[in-house]
Ligand binder design. Structure first.
Ligand code: HEC
Length: 119
């Protein structure tokens, strides 16, 4: 018989298991998000489109920076020197938008896992 205590522990275990597996980020989910939210402005190579090419981005930027930037690029282009330069050097005048879907940490983990595969 599964009593109340047991079932809540099982739920807890499932949640812990889930957050551990979600931590690394899911490359396939990340690619799906990227294809929907980012391709309009970015290429996965080193060539610029409306924004800089994202080839090798994990060699230029570390993960905490990427989290902050994806969460609020508008704020970052005001407060972070590197992001400020990106904005000033962008000849198209299009800005990286703050996206509601990028307010979710897990989604950012997924996108970053995908970005990590770009060489
Ligand atoms: C409307 C166009 C647009 C969209 C959509 C967009 N970006 Fe950007 N992105 C830019 C621009 C422009 C910059 C340069 C900074 C600026 O001017 O705001 C940038 C900069 C970046 C950078 C820093 C690049 C570097 O070389 O350091 C990363 C990383 C990035 N974007 C990732 C993404 C991801 C991931 C998505 C999708 C979730 C996305 N962007 C969606 C336009 C866009």
């Amino acid at each position: 018989m599964v009593n109340k205590w047991m079932s809540s522990s099982l739920i807890l275990l499932a949640l812990v298991g889930f957050s551990v597996s979600a931590k690394a980020g899911d490359i396939n989910k990340g690619k799906a998000l990227y294809d929907r939210l980012c391709v309009y402005c970015h290429l996965t190579t080193y060539d610029d489109k409306f924004g800089p090419g994202l080839g090798g981005i994990l060699q230029r930027r570390h993960k905490p920076w990427l989290h902050n930037f994806l969460k609020d690029p508008v704020e970052m282009t005001k407060t972070d020197e590197y992001a400020k330069n990106l904005k000033e050097n962008n000849e198209y005048g299009i800005r990286m938008p703050k996206l509601s879907e990028m307010q979710d940490k897990e989604r950012r983990e997924d996108i970053i896992a995908y970005l990590e595969t770009l060489e």
